[in-house]
Design a protein around this ligand. Structure first.
Ligand code: SAM
Ligand code: SF4
Length: 343
């Protein structure tokens, strides 16, 4: 295998920064490790699942690890493992154990639907993961069974409980707000933070994936969600940390947790976007809402050197668009399903 020298702490390369053409520092890589999932959220996957990519076209762990190593060598400092559902892929914790040991990486995080969290939380914590995001769109058993097509709300709740017991902090609960589905639960979600040290973050429902049931009417703006909560109790702005990403964070006075809003559509945060995405089948994406992809897997399988991999990563970052055009109506959707991009 061709190896790129790993930048050493203290060397001039250690704090190397990857910049795109709009002077944004790109230091965050989101890796989708599988397109498979144990849920079937209606806005993300059809009932039968998406046609499987097939074993040969999914990146092998050693391939992902190589990309991660080269990317960290270039200046990536944070990696998020996502999917499909990352915890369904066999060997995921061993893979994460290797990623977290990459010199120069500051943080490894995970986005999960929580179904396998009770089983895996301790192992994840022990290998060094400290922050996780759990997606949960409803607190009602029947509605959960409806939106995910699986009756597993209690399993997810037990997973969150276990993650909290083993020490994950903060645990972020990501709620996609959908009019007519969970708009009547906005307050219930926000009020969880009064007693529990959770970060509940409302995400605007986005037009992603062909055939999904998105419509502008179903999307609720962050501002509208916030005003629903404010009618109950004022939300105070709180300090914003790097780890909050694009979320605007608030809290009720005296609350244990926080409430956040991610306004991908109504108030895009493209000007501070620091992300690069790698899909499960090895395509690099420099914008969630663009269908433009770079085939990194083909390069890896053509006996490319690490320098060539680094060059492709750099080129992809340089061509990151200034912003997405989704709110202009010029692009209706991103055609790939969210499950294969990883969110
Ligand atoms: N299976 C994991 C999970 O659900 O957390 C990780 C992958 S999932 C694709 C990542 C995130 O994307 C989830 O929080 C999910 O709710 C979100 N998501 C999927 N489709 C979306 C859409 N159309 N608009 C907004 N968020 C979406
Ligand atoms: Fe699976 Fe996550 Fe998509 Fe739901 S949102 S179907 S849990 S990948």
């Amino acid at each position: 295998m061709h190896r790129q020298p790993i930048p050493k702490r203290g060397s001039v390369f250690f704090e190397m920064k990857l910049k795109d053409n709009f002077h944004r520092i790109i230091d965050y890589l989101r890796i989708s490790v599988t397109d498979r999932c144990n849920l079937r959220c209606r806005y993300c996957m059809p009932e039968a699942g998406i046609p499987s990519m097939g074993h040969g076209s999914i990146m092998r762990y050693e391939e992902i690890l190589r990309v991660a190593r080269v990317a960290v060598g270039l200046g990536i400092r944070k990696i998020r493992v996502t999917g499909g559902e990352p915890l369904v892929r066999r060997g995921i914790t061993e893979f994460m154990r290797q990623v977290i040991q990459l010199p120069g990486l500051r943080e490894l995080t995970l986005t999960t639907n929580g179904v396998l969290l009770e089983e895996k939380a301790q192992e994840l914590y022990d290998l060094g993961v400290r922050r996780i995001n759990v997606s949960l769109d409803t607190l009602t058993r029947e509605k959960f069974a409806h939106i995910t097509r699986r009756d597993l709300l209690m399993t997810v709740m037990n997973g969150i409980q276990k993650a909290s017991e083993v020490g994950f902090y903060p645990i972020k609960i990501n709620v996609v707000a959908i009019r007519g589905f969970n708009d009547d639960e906005i307050l219930d979600f926000a009020r969880i933070t009064e007693k529990h040290p959770l970060h509940v973050r409302f995400i605007e429902y986005m037009p992603i994936g062909d055939g999904m049931a998105w419509s502008a009417d179903c999307s609720i703006s962050a501002e509208e969600i916030r005003s629903v909560i404010q009618r109950y109790r004022p939300l105070e702005p709180v300090a914003h940390y790097n780890s909050d990403g694009p979320a605007q964070m608030f809290a009720f006075v005296g609350a244990a947790g926080r409430v956040g809003f991610i306004s991908s559509l109504s108030n895009s945060f493209c000007n501070s976007c620091n992300r690069l995405r790698l899909t499960a089948d090895g395509k690099l994406r420099n914008c969630l809402f663009s269908d433009e992809e770079t085939d990194l897997l083909a390069l890896l399988r053509s006996s490319a050197t690490d320098e060539q991999v680094a060059e492709m990563l750099t080129r992809c970052i340089r061509s990151k668009p200034a912003n997405h055009l989704i709110h202009t109506g010029r692009i209706r959707t991103c055609h790939r399903s969210m499950s294969s991009i990883g969110g």
